[in-house]
Design a protein. Structure first.
Length: 327
């Protein structure tokens, strides 16, 4: 309730996903308090948030690191999703609230508070051209003879993923965000519910435009696309059995399913893999880093270095080979 009635550091309301992440971190700390039987520096048994002092907070984050980060790092996955650094950032709002409402000393302001850096991430895996082509093949390969809603939808979604959009950006698309005659779509910023004039214009491949056109045709028959339906929705991607706009897990499962149908290991791909592949495609084609950053909406060159990083050496070798004999 506190977060819902305040604004973030940018002066905008907190997004629901951000609030949920902060609440989840608070629940994790609460569960640890209930199970640890910890005693703080004053000799008081820790039974509530206001009993948590700096040594107690350090003990919690050390426990989180040992149980959440280390196993992930050891298996080569980097441990980012369970990172103690992320948990520390998410709990900062709780202790700021306790300091404001209960005059509880904020452990984050104490020099003895242990801060954890984000774990070093492994290099992303850029998808091969053959992989993407095979996934498009199992979803009808853009054939006009394919009329099945699910197949046409999945083909169009994979096509849009190849345009470099994040999963949340794909799922947040509305029908009105498409400008198919202009071969573009507009990605509205995910945070702040700002209008589309603040959005990024994404150029689309001709085959993506064709796939979206065919999807819109079959989408018209969906119950949630009927304007006379009081539950009609402007969201672009619609489900089948659930009869509602798609959520992340539906997109995640679709990508895994189509990869398996194409004969690949589904564990080797996620929706975000297409973002890295998109960056490598454009950089390999000679598109300047400045233009890649503009289309993607990146402000820092560090993001440009991060995406497609696993193919950076190969791109450099190919670029030098293309020069031929220099002397």
């Amino acid at each position: 309730m506190h977060l819902e009635t305040t604004t973030n550091k940018h002066g905008r309301p907190f997004q629901r996903k951000t609030i949920n992440a902060y609440v989840y971190a608070g629940v994790a700390l609460s569960n640890w308090i209930g199970a640890s039987q910890h005693v703080n520096a004053l000799g008081v048994a820790v039974t509530s948030f206001t009993d948590v002092d700096v040594p107690t907070a350090n003990a919690f984050f050390r426990w989180w690191y040992q149980t959440k980060d280390v196993p992930k790092s050891q298996d080569g996955q980097g441990g980012y999703t369970g990172g103690v650094s992320t948990t520390q950032r998410n709990l900062r709002a709780l202790f700021a609230y306790l300091a404001e409402e209960y005059d509880h000393p904020n452990p984050y302001l104490d020099p003895k508070f242990h801060k954890y850096a984000a774990p070093q991430l492994s290099k992303p895996k850029t998808l091969s051209e053959e992989f993407i082509q095979d996934c498009l093949q199992v979803t009808g390969n853009g054939s006009s003879k394919v009329r099945d809603f699910l197949t046409v939808r999945d083909h169009a979604m994979i096509r849009v993923l190849t345009e470099g959009l994040r999963a949340e950006e794909v799922l947040n698309l509305r029908v009105q965000d498409l400008d198919l005659p202009g071969h573009t779509l507009v990605v509205v910023p995910l945070k702040g519910d700002r209008n589309s004039t603040d959005g990024r214009v994404i150029p689309l491949q001709p085959k993506t435009v064709k796939a979206l056109t065919r999807y819109l045709r079959v989408r018209q028959e969906h119950v949630l696309a009927n304007p006379e339906n009081p539950n009609a929705t402007p969201f672009l991607w619609l489900g089948t059995r659930s009869r509602r706009p798609l959520k992340y897990m539906a997109l995640y499962r679709m990508v895994k399913k189509r990869a398996a149908e194409a004969g690949y290991d589904p564990d080797a791909v996620t929706p975000h893999s297409f973002c890295h592949t998109w960056a490598d495609d454009l950089l390999t084609a000679g598109i300047s880093g400045e233009n890649v950053m503009a289309v993607r909406g990146w402000k820092s060159p560090a993001m440009l270095r991060r995406y497609g990083a696993d193919m950076a050496s190969q791109r450099a070798v190919n670029a030098v080979h293309a020069l031929g004999d220099r002397y």
